[in-house]
Design a protein around this ligand. Structure first.
Ligand SMILES: [Zn+2]
Length: 467
């Protein structure tokens, strides 16, 4: 049986400052090496000061993943020398000597399968290495310390996954959960990263590192399972090792160095005393936790009678559920939900489009009102939505500017019907014979009016003309 485990790193991008200094947690807006200070650069004499909010965010994540959260946590130094680490050690957590990280022993339900969360720890992100140059010989390495010290949560699972598909579903659930908690933005480049480990029946565990995206993780897992199976079929032993994902060749390659825990010379970070998280703090964190995705979904279905698939899309995406909650009244909730999940989705399906979008929840309620009082047809509402996302104009402005209003004037519709009858003589004969084919003619009228003709009136008029 295949066993897969994961190590996920997620930046707490919603925090104002880094884990141990007052530099910004959101380093992305800075020129290289412009979001640094003596503390995150590890200059002699500087002392770390723990960001209390980061401890609270990490504890909330632990709680949302049904973990046990301890009363007292400790930080450790993980010593290693690498250019992205200015202090030559990373401040992280470890579950040893009775000291606990922010959470442990949790679980996530993945389509009926329980995936156990072994540990959640709070640590600092290292800096970033940027490689430039064409070949190995001309390659230069640049280092940017803006990211050094960014609060990072590491989530470690047990090897409970049986295939890469379960991994993908889990990562989607986890990233929706983190977004919903309001502590992280998993969609930001590099804000959520995952490494995996794989073993097959009777074989040793192999870790895969250096994976840039969830998409690549899935490919790397598939490759690794096939590689191990092929070794095992030929009777070759699978050695316990760390392998790197080679993005260009799409294979995993054995890495020369393999550090063991003991190589890191972990010891207690004495510059940060034990941190107490009182029962009171934990109770208040739990009480103030945003409603979970599953309970949101249940509420949408039960209260507004929204279809479960639609409720699922709305609830799992914080952007959509916020729009929905602010737009709907009890009577039009179902219409708003459908408008978001059928018409709007295509226009705001990426982070960039969402940031540029000028749409607010007011637009959605105004659109539904216009559709319901028949000043706008359902078909035109899609054109209107696209324009709103682009320009942010009000529904009222659009109705007068864009000629989107519904055509319900009988004379105007009759004129168009006459045109259609002239062009579609055979269809007219067919409709006289067989009334069921009349919808073809209605469709033609809708086409000519770009969906603006009142469909009920059009059908009535066509029927009366057919006699
Ligand atoms: Zn700093």
């Amino acid at each position: 049986m295949t066993k897969i485990g994961l190590e996920i790193h997620c930046q707490l991008t919603k925090l104002d400052s880094k884990l141990f200094c007052s530099c910004k947690a959101n380093y992305r807006e800075f020129e290289p090496n412009h979001n640094i200070c003596p503390i995150c650069m590890g200059l002699p004499g500087s002392l770390p000061r723990l960001n209390q909010k980061a401890v609270e965010s990490a504890t909330s994540i632990a709680m949302a993943l049904s973990c046990e959260t301890p009363e007292k946590i400790a930080f450790f130094r993980k010593n290693y020398f690498y250019p992205d680490l200015p202090k030559n050690f990373q401040i992280t957590q470890l579950n040893v000597y009775g000291d606990m990280s922010v959470g442990g022993e949790g679980h996530v339900d993945v389509k009926g399968k329980k995936i156990k969360i072994r540990r959640i720890q709070l640590e600092e992100d290292p800096g970033r290495l940027i490689y430039e140059g064409e070949s190995e010989r001309t390659k230069i390495t640049l280092v940017d310390y803006n990211r050094a010290g960014t609060p990072l949560v590491e989530i470690v699972t047990d090897p409970d996954f049986e295939n890469p598909r379960q991994v993908r579903i889990f990562l989607n659930i986890l990233s929706d959960l983190l977004e919903n908690l309001g502590v992280a933005e998993p969609g930001l480049e590099g804000a959520m990263r995952a490494d995996g480990n794989v073993s097959i029946e009777g074989g040793n565990k192999v870790e895969i590192k250096n994976i840039n995206s969830f998409h690549d993780l899935e490919k790397a897992l598939h490759f690794e399972i096939t590689r191990q199976q092929s070794l095992s079929e030929r009777g070759i032993e699978i050695s316990q090792e760390t392998r790197h994902w080679d993005d260009k060749r799409k294979i995993t390659v054995s890495s020369r160095s393999k550090e063991e825990d003991q190589d890191y010379r972990y010891f207690l970070e004495n510059d940060i005393p034990w941190v107490k998280i009182s029962q009171e703090t934990r109770d208040s964190l739990k009480k103030n936790m945003p409603e979970s995705i599953s309970s949101k979904k249940e509420r949408f279905v039960a209260k507004f009678n929204i279809a479960p698939q639609v409720a699922d899309i709305l609830a799992s995406d914080k952007y959509y559920s916020d729009l929905f909650e602010n737009a709907h009244s009890d009577s039009d909730a179902k219409d708003i939900a459908n408008l978001i999940t059928t018409d709007l989705m295509g226009f705001v399906d990426t982070k960039e489009k969402r940031e540029e979008s000028k749409l607010t929840s007011h637009h959605l309620s105004d659109l539904i009102t216009a559709i319901n009082d028949k000043t706008l047809t359902r078909t035109s509402s899609k054109t209107a939505l696209q324009e709103i996302v682009k320009s942010g104009k009000s529904v009222k402005e659009l109705l007068s500017e864009m000629d989107l209003g519904q055509v319900s004037d009988s004379t105007e519709i009759e004129g168009i019907i006459m045109q259609v009858f002239e062009e579609e003589t055979q269809a007219v004969l067919d409709a006289k014979e067989n009334p069921e084919t009349v919808n073809y003619l209605v469709g033609k009228v809708m086409q000519k009016t770009k969906g603006k003709a009142d469909p009920t009136k059009t059908l009535e008029l066509i029927k009366s003309k057919l006699g």
